[in-house]
Design a protein around this ligand. Structure first.
Ligand SMILES: Cc1cc2nc3c(=O)[nH]c(=O)nc-3n(C[C@H](O)[C@H](O)[C@H](O)COP(=O)(O)OP(=O)(O)OC[C@H]3O[C@@H](n4cnc5c(N)ncnc54)[C@H](O)[C@@H]3O)c2cc1C
Length: 329
């Protein structure tokens, strides 16, 4: 029976993480098929400004659980707080991004209700008596369609980038409700010792609006200059398939795919990339995909919005030149 969908929002250093909107968008997709409305859940301490941001979503409301024990993040307090809320409110679905944090507390939360956590989903659709979720299996070679036959609450996590954050519908500001959680008896068994910053200069391709992806078709490191020119003309970031990174022509943080980053830019231009499934899973949800490949049967064309069958050594410089000309007019 349609009802409530709860989407867990995440934050870091006083800022809402983009994946929170991805969870909201996935929650909205669930509600569109199953019925009901999405409520965003925010846990922490000193997080009211984030609730202000979240309440701009097309939601039933934002539930804020503030408690000193929820800062810094620790799974004991998180699970205890969420358990109380889910027990009292009985949402049909609890949705979260598949993040380092939810990998930590999600299974424990689901187990507290003797339920499975359907992790790392990439899509959903209707099924008899509810929904069916898609999850990659066998190193992303296949998607398994899974129907949750048990009674709610159902716990589902979403692969980062599988649904773009800007797909989350916005609406009129919704009510923010402060929710008391009782955590006095909760024993915090994990202590944060140190935060180790990611290596400086790391590229976060997840935020890029335009990405020029380069693959083995580029042949050698010197020729990367061609795609760099195109990226410069477009104001784009450069991404790469795995062989480019394995050859150390570009740094590891530029790899896109199952063992790299998942991206959903407005525009992804794949230059000399064949479209192996391990690459596709990292970029196939981009809004517009342009593929440049000399092989008309390359699998990349199966996900492309526009395909250019041609030699990238001719096409890429011609595109960059045209863009520069247009910009100088
Ligand atoms: C466990 C595992 C994890 C993996 N993770 C990833 C991952 O995260 N990301 C990833 O990308 N791969 C990953 N891979 C590797 C993946 O399977 C492919 O081998 C890889 O994506 C291929 O890269 P490519 O398309 O650049 O090269 P190729 O498959 O060699 O394709 C090169 C393409 O360039 C085209 N081409 C050649 N010359 C030109 C030209 N002059 N003009 C135009 N086109 C040209 C060719 O027609 C061809 O289609 C993984 C593999 C495994 C087993």
């Amino acid at each position: 029976m349609p009802g409530k969908v709860y989407a867990i929002a995440e934050h870091w250093e006083g800022r809402l993480k983009n994946i929170s909107w991805e969870a909201v968008a996935f929650g909205q997709q669930i509600a569109d098929v199953w019925g009901g409305q999405v409520t965003a859940l925010l846990l922490g301490s000193g997080i009211q400004p984030l609730a202000e941001e979240l309440r701009q979503g097309d939601l039933a409301g934002v539930l804020v659980a503030e408690h000193q024990k929820l800062k810094p993040y620790n799974p004991d307090a998180y699970v205890a707080a969420l358990r109380q809320i889910v027990q009292e409110d009985r949402p049909g679905y609890v949705v979260m991004a598949h993040s380092y944090r939810t990998i930590d507390f999600g299974p424990k939360l689901a187990a507290a209700f003797r339920k499975p956590l359907l992790a790392n989903c990439v899509g959903l659709g209707p099924a008899e008596g509810g929904l069916r979720f898609l999850r990659p299996v066998f190193h992303n070679k296949l998607n398994a369609a899974v129907h949750l036959a048990s009674d709610p609450p159902h716990f589902v996590s979403l692969q980062a980038g599988a649904v773009a954050a800007d797909k989350a519908r916005r609406g009129c500001p919704v009510p923010v409700v402060n929710r008391q959680v009782s955590l006095e008896q909760v024993e915090i068994r994990r202590k944060q010792v140190e935060i180790v910053e990611a290596v400086k200069g790391r590229v976060d391709l997840g935020k890029a609006r335009i990405i020029v992806g380069v693959g083995r078709g580029i042949k050698n490191q010197e020729s990367l200059k061609l795609v760099e020119d195109l990226a410069l003309a477009l104001g784009a970031e450069i991404g790469a398939s795995r062989p480019i990174v394995d050859n150390e022509w570009l740094s590891r943080d530029r790899q896109i795919g199952s063992s790299g980053q998942t991206v959903t830019p407005r525009l992804y231009i794949a230059c000399g990339i064949s479209g192996a499934i391990q690459h596709l899973v990292g970029m196939q949800n981009s809004e517009c995909i342009v593929a440049i490949n000399k092989d008309p049967n390359a699998p990349i064309f199966s996900v492309a919005t526009y395909g250019i069958v041609g030699d990238l050594f001719e096409v890429v410089p011609a595109l960059a030149k045209k863009l520069r000309e247009e910009q100088s007019e």
